[in-house]
Ligand binder design. Structure first.
Ligand SMILES: [Mn+2]
Length: 257
């Protein structure tokens, strides 16, 4: 698990995170217009940041499941396009991770293209080849000691989930069987979903229990309906970007899907 520490300073009162995953650049059905709108928002709004959570490129290879003849860009062109798109917002990227689509290249060649993208953008310290765990500090607490708020945000690209919503929600909530955090983020299923849970954490110093809230967010894809999804009879999904809003003065999270 890659641990990432970021402090965005005390002037930030509220932080908005718009996660981006499952863009599938190169696929004809990839909605790059919508992606560009999101990137513009991130670039032009000081308190909006992003987490890149895999399957940014489609990377259909000769031996992979996706149809290599159906992609409108070659894998190299996809990577170049991705770098071009991310360059203007590189300072707003909190995490850059891989998905099963980029992992195809790694599996076949050992070359991790997302790591190279991160290196090119100068943000290799924010790159994760697998599950990531972010300690994100900003703002200033109004109660107790005047220290920054610290949110623990964790995620990975995601896997499995099956066809039905229940299975996807199970995969999402199972993340807290791996590690405890305020906010869990997963993509992969292309189905926006959000749930909320709680867990009691032991406080050994006071022989007591603290109740911790946990927010779960499964993020949208940028892929329009058609292709293999339609062929297999999958239901269309909504592409509207999801968002998590974090308070910089007290522990308070809002999730929008
Ligand atoms: Mn995926």
């Amino acid at each position: 698990m890659k641990i990432i520490n970021i402090n965005l300073g005390k002037d930030l009162k509220e932080l908005r995170i718009i996660p981006i995953s499952d863009v599938h650049i190169g696929d004809k059905l990839s909605n790059l217009k919508m992606l560009k709108e999101v990137l513009e928002t991130i670039k032009n709004t000081p308190n909006v940041y992003t987490i890149l959570n895999g399957d940014l490129c489609n990377t259909a290879l000769k031996n992979s499941k996706s149809d290599v003849y159906a992609d409108e860009l070659s894998p190299m062109e996809q990577i170049n396009r991705l770098i071009e798109l991310l360059e203007p917002i590189k300072d707003k990227i909190l995490v850059i991770g891989t998905g099963n689509h980029e992992d195809r290249i790694t599996k076949d060649t050992s070359i991790d293209v997302i790591r190279l993208v991160a290196k090119q953008l100068g943000i290799e310290d924010r790159y994760a080849d697998n599950w990531w765990y972010l300690f994100l500090r900003f703002g200033e607490k109004t109660q107790g000691r005047k220290i920054p708020m610290c949110y623990q945000i964790t995620g990975y690209h995601g896997s499995g989930g099956g066809r039905k919503t229940g299975g996807k929600a199970n995969r999402l909530e199972e993340m807290s069987q791996v590690v405890i955090a305020d906010l869990y983020i997963m993509g992969h299923t292309h189905k926006p979903l959000s749930t909320k849970g709680a867990i009691y954490l032991p406080d050994y110093g006071n022989n007591s229990l603290n109740k911790k809230q946990m927010y779960y967010l499964m993020t949208n894809s940028f892929l329009e309906y058609g292709g293999y999804g339609e062929k297999l009879g999958f239901t269309p999904t909504d592409n509207t970007p999801t968002e998590a809003i974090l308070d910089g003065t007290k522990r308070k999270i809002k999730v929008i899907i």
